[in-house]
Design a protein around this ligand. Structure first.
Ligand SMILES: Cc1cc2nc3c(=O)[nH]c(=O)nc-3n(C[C@H](O)[C@H](O)[C@H](O)COP(=O)(O)OP(=O)(O)OC[C@H]3O[C@@H](n4cnc5c(N)ncnc54)[C@H](O)[C@@H]3O)c2cc1C
Length: 373
C-alpha cells in the first residue's frame, strides 16, 4: 500500500490531520478538487494584499494549546476584530457596548444605558401580554428592546436570511449580549489574530512535506477506490455526496462576494463594516488589508481590495457555506451520520463531512485530540 492515509480535502481539518499523521511517521496523500490547498481559509494575493476568497476569516480561541499549536506553524498578528455597523449613513460600534449606546442615545454611563434598555425590554414584554415570543422579532425585542433591534438587527438579519424577522423562528437568537463597558473587541476569547503573511502560510506549514494533488475531485478520480491506495481514509467532502445523495440532498446557505480594487490606500478605515439597513443590498464590506497591515503599512500600499458580501439562496454548484439547522436537514444529516458508522477505516471530518458549522479553532482542537494510529 502506497499511503497510510488518503485525505480528501486540504482545508484546516485535512491539513491539520496530515500534519499530525506525518509527525507520527505516517505517509499521507492529500487531494482537493479546488486548484489550491487550504479550503475556505485560502487567500488570493491581489495588489500585495491577502484577499480572503471564501469570506473573511478571523482566528479566535481561548484554548492555549490550540493557540500555541497554530503559532508554532506560523506566528499570528495582533488583529482584533472590532466591526462597525453602518445604518443609513450613521456608524455604530459593535458588539453592542457603551460606545454603541452613546452613539444611539447619547448615554454616557452604564446606569443610563441599562435604564434605556430595560425600559424598551419592558415595553416589548408588555406587548406580549404574558405569552412566549413566537418569532425572531418578538424574541429580539424582549432581549434588547426596539432601538437596538430596529437599527442593528432587523434589516441585517432579513438580508442574511432572505425572510422577514416575523417569519423566522425565535430559536435563531437565544442571547443578545450587551456589554456595559467601552470595549469594541468583538470576541471574548483570550487570543485572536491572523497568521503573519496570511492563512496560506498556515496551510503551507501544515502541509510541508506532505504529498498534495489539487484539481482532483475524489468522486471522478481513480482515488474513489481508495482501498487501492491507502490503509485508511479521511473524508472532508460533503456528507450526502459520499453516499451518492441516496437519502436526499442536504441544504446549505451561501454567500456571494463582489471583490474590486480601490485606488486608495484606506477605503473604509476598518476590516469589517456591516450594512444593517435594507437600502444597501450587501450585508458587509470587507477591506482585506486591515487584517494584516497596521499603521504606516496601510499607506505604504497605495491600493486597497474590498469585497461586498451578499447573502444568496443556495443552489447546486454554489459554495456550500452554512448548514441549515431546520428539522428536515437535522433529521437527514442524522440518517447519513448513522450510515457513516458502517464505513470501516473512514474518518468523516470537518464542516462538510459532519454537516456542522465549526469555527477554525474547534476544527484544530478536534484534530489535536484525535488518536492517529
Ligand atoms: C463565510 C465564512 C466565514 C467564516 N469565518 C470564520 C471566522 O472568521 N473565524 C473562524 O474561526 N471560522 C470561520 N469560518 C469557518 C471556517 O471556514 C471553517 O472552520 C474551516 O474552513 C473548516 O475547515 P474544513 O477543513 O472542515 O473545511 P473546508 O475549509 O471547506 O475544506 C474542505 C475541503 O474539501 C475539499 N473537497 C470537498 N469535496 C471534495 C471532493 N469531492 N474531492 C476533493 N476535494 C473535496 C474542498 O475543496 C475544500 O478544500 C467561516 C466560514 C465561512 C463559510
Amino acid at each position: 500500500m502506497k499511503y497510510d492515509y488518503l485525505i480528501v480535502g486540504s482545508g484546516l481539518f485535512g491539513a491539520t490531520f496530515a500534519y499530525r499523521a506525518k509527525q507520527t511517521g505516517k505517509k499521507c496523500l492529500v487531494i482537493d478538487k479546488r486548484n489550491h490547498t487550504g479550503g475556505n481559509v485560502y487567500c488570493e494575493n491581489i495588489e500585495g494584499i491577502n484577499v480572503h476568497k471564501y469570506g473573511a476569516h478571523i482566528f479566535h480561541t481561548s484554548n492555549k494549546e490550540v493557540w500555541d499549536f497554530v503559532n508554532s506553524i506560523v506566528p499570528f498578528n495582533r488583529y482584533t476584530n472590532s466591526p462597525v455597523a453602518n445604518y443609513k449613513g450613521k456608524l455604530y460600534n459593535l458588539p453592542f457596548n457603551m460606545n454603541t449606546f452613546y452613539q444611539m442615545w447619547g448615554v454616557t454611563t452604564p446606569a443610563q444605558a441599562i435604564s434605556k434598555i430595560e425600559e424598551q425590554k419592558q415595553e416589548a414584554l408588555l406587548a406580549l401580554n404574558g405569552r412566549e415570543p413566537k418569532n425572531l422579532e418578538e424574541q429580539a425585542l424582549i432581549l434588547v428592546g426596539k432601538d437596538i433591534f430596529n437599527i442593528l438587527i432587523k434589516e441585517y438579519t432579513e438580508k442574511q436570511w432572505g425572510r422577514k424577522c416575523t417569519e423566522l423562528p425565535s430559536f435563531i437568537i437565544k442571547r443578545l449580549p450587551v456589554r456595559l463597558i467601552f470595549d469594541n473587541n468583538y470576541f471574548n476569547d483570550s487570543y485572536q489574530g491572523i497568521p503573519i503573511g496570511g492563512y496560506n502560510k498556515l496551510i503551507d506549514g501544515l502541509l510541508e512535506g506532505v504529498e498534495c494533488k489539487t484539481n482532483i475531485d475524489f468522486f471522478n478520480s481513480e482515488f474513489r477506490s481508495w482501498h487501492n491506495y491507502a490503509e485508511r481514509f479521511v473524508y472532508c467532502g460533503q456528507l450526502d455526496e459520499y453516499f451518492d445523495n441516496r437519502l436526499g440532498k442536504l441544504d446549505w446557505r451561501t454567500v456571494s462576494f463582489k471583490t474590486r480594487i480601490e485606488n486608495t490606500p484606506n477605503y473604509q478605515g476598518n476590516a469589517v463594516i456591516n450594512y444593517t439597513s435594507h437600502d444597501v443590498p450587501y450585508t458587509r464590506v470587507i477591506e482585506h488589508k486591515h487584517f494584516e497591515m497596521f499603521g504606516q503599512a496601510v499607506y505604504d500600499n497605495t491600493k486597497s481590495v474590498i469585497s461586498e458580501e451578499y447573502s444568496t439562496e443556495y443552489k447546486s454548484g454554489m459554495e456550500p457555506y452554512y448548514p441549515v439547522n431546520d428539522d428536515r436537514n437535522n433529521e437527514l444529516a442524522d440518517k447519513y451520520r448513522q450510515l457513516t458508522a458502517q464505513e470501516n477505516n473512514v474518518i468523516f471530518g470537518g464542516r462538510l463531512a459532519e454537516y456542522k458549522y465549526y469555527d477554525m479553532a474547534p476544527i484544530v482542537e478536534k484534530v489535536l485530540k484525535m488518536e492517529i494510529d
